[in-house]
Structures are given as C-alpha cells and as structure tokens.
Write a protein of this length. Structure first.
Length: 202
C-alpha cells in the first residue's frame, strides 16, 4: 500500500504528536486529547527528540497502517489542521498489514449492526483487532526499525459506529492490552472526548 508521507502522517499524528502534557495529566489518566494507558511503569516524560508510533485501522477495513516518526521538539508540538507535514516531524518508516477476509467480514458485520452490536460480539472483535495490532507492531519493528524503540504509541482503534450529532462514537481497541503486550505507553480513545464536547471526532 503506497502512502503519501504528508497526508498519511497528518492523519496518524493529528492527535498523537501533540504537546506531551496534553496527553498525560498529572494523574496519569485522562488527558485533553485521549486516555493514556501505561504498561508496567508510570509514564515517563517524553524525550526530545521522541520516537512515536502511530496506528490506524480505517473505514475501508482493509488492514492496519503503521507509521514511525521522530518528533524534534515535543514541548512545542501543537495540533495542526494543515495537511502538510510539520517541520518538527521526521518520517522514519511506514508499513501496511492487511486483514484477512474473515476479519474484514466481521468488521463489516459490526458496521451493519451499529449500536445494536451485541456486547459479547463487540468484545470478541475488539480482542481480535487489538491482537492484530500487537502483531503488526511487533512485525513492523522487527522488519523495518529493529534498532528504534518508540517512546509512545498512538492507537486510534477501529470505528464501528459514529454519531457525533448524538454525542456518541465507538472505537474498538483495547489500549491497556496493547500497552501490556508491547511495554510502551499507549494513547487512545481520541474521538470520545471531542464528540462529547460537540466536535465531530475528526
């Protein structure tokens, strides 16, 4: 899958590569742009430069996009609405990991059920998708960046229904499971807070 760097990293790092204090409040809980899930130890201050890894699983349900960035100055990163790549961001590597036909069918079945998706089915699909993201990160780092170690991971999860007009949205993806498996702090659940405050979650 060919990815245009500027466009891809705009989407992947739109919520990920923002000033670290926006992600991590002093309680290690809910930050302004998402929840922080910690693996094994309290979340450290992010280094500068910072290696960050972003994960996207989009509406097409074709697979997982992985992107690795170096952030030159974490303390002065701010949200951007521009599709151009910030000078503070340096792309290092990217990869794509396709879903099997069975996983694609399960995602499309979840789309069709929307808010009526049974909790047990949602939980099973969430575990499947999370485990596939874990495997994608492990394969990606082993194959494309064996000497690089991300300080933080941005995990969008997979949107199965989205109703910002109702102030509701649902992304499947277990940030704690991802963090525990990879041993890296994970930022996730980007859309919920924005939608709850009247945004579109974009």
């Amino acid at each position: 899958m060919q990815i245009e760097w500027a466009t891809y990293f705009f989407h992947v790092t739109h919520a990920l590569c923002i000033r670290a204090t926006f992600f991590i409040d002093k309680q290690g809980g809910v930050g302004e742009y998402g929840r922080i899930m910690i693996a094994r130890t309290p979340c450290p201050s992010l280094p500068t430069p910072c290696i960050a890894l972003g994960l996207m699983s989009g509406t097409s349900a074709d697979g997982i996009d992985v992107g690795l960035l170096s952030i030159a100055d974490v303390d002065h990163m701010t949200p951007t609405l521009s599709s151009s790549l910030s000078p503070a961001l340096s792309p290092l590597a990217s990869g794509f990991y396709p879903y099997s036909a069975a996983v694609q069918d399960a995602i499309h079945a979840a789309y069709a059920q929307g808010r009526a998706l049974p909790p047990q089915q949602a939980a099973q699909l969430e575990q499947t998708l999370t485990d596939l993201h874990i495997q994608a990160v492990q394969d990606f780092l082993a194959q494309q960046a064996p000497t690089l170690h991300p300080a933080i991971i941005g995990f969008h999860g997979h949107t199965v229904w989205h109703a910002p007009e109702l102030g509701r949205t649902c992304q499947l993806g277990d940030g704690q499971r991802l963090a525990d498996a990879l041993g890296v702090p994970v930022v996730f659940d980007f859309r919920t807070r924005d939608v709850a405050h009247g945004g579109q979650g974009g």
